[in-house]
Design a protein. Structure first.
Lengths: 167, 70
C-alpha cells in the first residue's frame, strides 16, 4: 500500500449528480431557480437556488445553492439564497427539515443516525446518502473515461469501488 | 498474457458519510498519488488527510539510492 487519503466532496459535476438522483429515486431539475419549503408554502418568502431536486412523497424540495459551506444546510423556516459572488465552484444542497415534509426528504437523502434521527448532534443534515451516491458516479465516470476496469460492492452500508489500472 | 513479478495496481475508494477514503496498492514511489489525483480532484472538496505508508518511502529511498549509485 502506498498511501491512504481522505477526501471531502463538493458537488461540481451535474451529469454525475443527475445519475446519482436517478439511482436514489429522486429527480434532479437543472436550472430550477427556486425551491419549495415551509416559507414558500406559507408565503413568508422565496428560496433562491441554482438547481433543485424533487423528492417523491413531498411537495417540498431540495435547492442546490452556490455556497461557501459544505452540504449541511437546513434553512428551517427561513429562506435560502445562493451567494452572489466569491462562493466555491460548486453547489451545496439545502432544505427545510421541519415536519413530515422535511422528514420525507431527509429519509431519502440523509443517513439515519444511531438515535433514529437524520439530524446530527450539531443540528445539521449532511446529505450523506446523496453525497455518497454522487461520489460513486463521479469516480465511475473518471474510471470509464480512462478505460480502467472497476467493481462496486456495498458492505454494511459502506460502498467500495475498486479500480484496476493496467500494469 | 500474465505479467509475472508485477503487482496489480489498484485504487480502492471507500465511500461513507459524505467522505471518500482512497487507498492505493501495487504502486512504487509517488506514482500512486499521481494515479489517484485525477479522481480526488474530481471529488471537489480537497484532501482532509493524506498518510504515506512506509512502503512509499522505501521505494522512494530505493529509487534515490539507485540514482546516486548510477
Amino acid at each position: 500500500m502506498s498511501h491512504v487519503e481522505i477526501c471531502a466532496v463538493v458537488i461540481t459535476d451535474l451529469p454525475a449528480l443527475k445519475k446519482a438522483c436517478e439511482t436514489l429515486g429522486v429527480t434532479f431539475v437543472e436550472g430550477q431557480k427556486t425551491f419549495k419549503s415551509w416559507s414558500t408554502q406559507y408565503g413568508t418568502g422565496e428560496n433562491h437556488c441554482e438547481h433543485a431536486i424533487k423528492v417523491p412523497g413531498t411537495s417540498w424540495e431540495v435547492g442546490l445553492l452556490k455556497a461557501d459551506t459544505p452540504a449541511n444546510s437546513d434553512i428551517g423556516s427561513g429562506v435560502a439564497e445562493s451567494v452572489k459572488s466569491g462562493g466555491k465552484n460548486g453547489f451545496s444542497p439545502a432544505f427545510d427539515a421541519y415536519g413530515t415534509e422535511g422528514q420525507a426528504i431527509a429519509s431519502k437523502l440523509c443517513k439515519q443516525q444511531p438515535n433514529g434521527l437524520y439530524t446530527h448532534e450539531d443540528g445539521k443534515h449532511y446529505f450523506e446518502t446523496l453525497m455518497d451516491q454522487y461520489s460513486v458516479e463521479v469516480l465511475k465516470s473518471k474510471a470509464r473515461m480512462k478505460g480502467w476496469q472497476f467493481q462496486q460492492k456495498t458492505v454494511n452500508g459502506v460502498i467500495k469501488l475498486e479500480v484496476k489500472l493496467p500494469n | 498474457m500474465q505479467t509475472f513479478g508485477k503487482p496489480q495496481k489498484t485504487i480502492v475508494f471507500t465511500i461513507e458519510d459524505g467522505q471518500v477514503t482512497v487507498e492505493t496498492t501495487g504502486f512504487t514511489g509517488t506514482a500512486c498519488e499521481a494515479a489517484s489525483k485525477e479522481f480526488t480532484d474530481a471529488l471537489g472538496g480537497g484532501t482532509v488527510s493524506n498518510k504515506r505508508k512506509p512502503e512509499f518511502f522505501k521505494t522512494a529511498e530505493h529509487a534515490q539510492s539507485q540514482r546516486a549509485g548510477a
